[in-house]
Design a protein around this ligand. Structure first.
Ligand code: P6P
Length: 333
């Protein structure tokens, strides 16, 4: 049995400077996850379900648990001496914390929270960068807008049938399961690889009529391939990015949240949803794009910037790109 802390300690050299900073930042994220897991499991018993009566920067109704999770991570990370600042899906602006800190952390504290009241798994997503602004000064927006390939670490927590923490530092994807009896995350999924064949497809087709025609043709292609095979891809979509992503990571599947003719940038956020999930996908052997280019190469312009998101096995993602760049595979015509 290898704990998360031991696993990271054994690989200190993998993370920037081997100063122990990464293990302390991930320890705080892990502590936040343990506490959120506890609150979620008792939410309907302790009256913390439902809406807080506020609207966040995204224009979304804030759930009580969104607020709780956000405040928890803000408190844990702002007291960490290695963290110079944080950016949260629930906060309009970045928050400078310890000017002596060398790292900044972006997070979506409780993604998919509209599912909480109906018992569908939700998640936390995080992304860590080394700051580029001078140590000893307040962190700046430039520290957060370095681009997906500058991430030092990224991962998620899934609050599902068990509480799982998956992360990468660029040397593979590793997964841990919370053992409540010990209060520890134990290594259960070392070196995760996404199966090369897509078993599931995940997208909300309520906007299919607003997708670009080339993507509509891809969906027709997907359905016609399904009819012609003994192993069709199944639709699985729970409307919680971390849950949908995690299933597809382990079983092989595509996740699509495209833009529409009305909202070309789509719904999901580049910095604290797209980049982390894209890096995990690539580290697990898959591909991640905005439809036509690697997502990690999409330049950041603002903290809450949105992006179309396509994640999954390389062959299927390449097929989507072929349709969107009109290099439609001949056998499809
Ligand atoms: P839709 C949850 O609100 C979220 O941000 C992601 O977790 C999820 O993948 C997506 O939005 C679901 O959006 O439009 O299908 O409800």
């Amino acid at each position: 049995m290898v704990t998360l802390e031991q696993f990271i300690a054994d690989r200190q050299q993998e993370f920037e400077g081997a100063t122990g900073a990464f293990s302390k930042i991930l320890r705080d994220i892990g502590l936040g996850a343990k506490l959120i897991s506890f609150y979620l499991r008792r939410a309907s018993l302790s009256g913390i379900l439902g809406e807080l009566g506020l609207t966040n920067i995204q224009g979304e109704t804030v759930q009580k648990l969104d607020h709780l999770a956000n405040n928890l991570f803000l408190r844990l990370l702002s007291q960490n001496p290695h963290v110079a600042g944080v950016a949260s899906e629930e906060e309009e602006h970045l928050i400078a914390t310890n000017s002596q800190g060398k790292y900044v952390v972006l997070f979506d504290p409780l993604d998919g929270s509209s599912n909480i009241d109906v018992g569908v798994p939700v998640g936390t997503i995080f992304s860590i960068y080394k700051r580029v602004s001078p140590i000893g000064t307040p962190c700046t927006e430039a520290d957060f807008l370095q681009g997906g390939r500058a991430q030092l670490a990224a991962g998620y927590v899934l609050y599902g049938t068990s509480t799982l923490l998956f992360y990468t530092t660029g040397r593979g994807v590793h997964g841990f399961t919370l053992e409540p009896a010990a209060g520890e995350f134990l290594l259960t999924y070392p070196q995760v690889q996404m199966p090369p064949r897509s078993t599931y497809y995940s997208f909300n087709d309520n906007q299919l009529h607003e997708w670009v025609p080339a993507l509509q043709r891809y969906v027709q292609d997907l359905h016609s391939r399904n009819q012609a095979t003994s192993k069709p891809q199944s639709l699985r979509y729970v409307g919680s990015l971390v849950a949908d992503f995690h299933r597809n990571l382990l079983k092989g599947g595509i996740f699509l949240y495209p833009g529409t003719t009305k909202k070309p940038e789509g719904k999901l956020r580049l910095l604290y949803e797209g980049y982390p999930m894209a890096w995990l996908t690539e580290q697990a052997g898959g591909k991640a794009t905005n439809g036509v280019k690697p997502l990690l190469d999409v330049p950041p312009t603002s903290i809450h910037q949105r992006t179309p998101l396509f994640l999954g096995p390389a062959d299927e993602i390449d097929r989507i790109t072929a349709f969107l760049t009109e290099n439609v595979p001949v056998e499809t015509l």
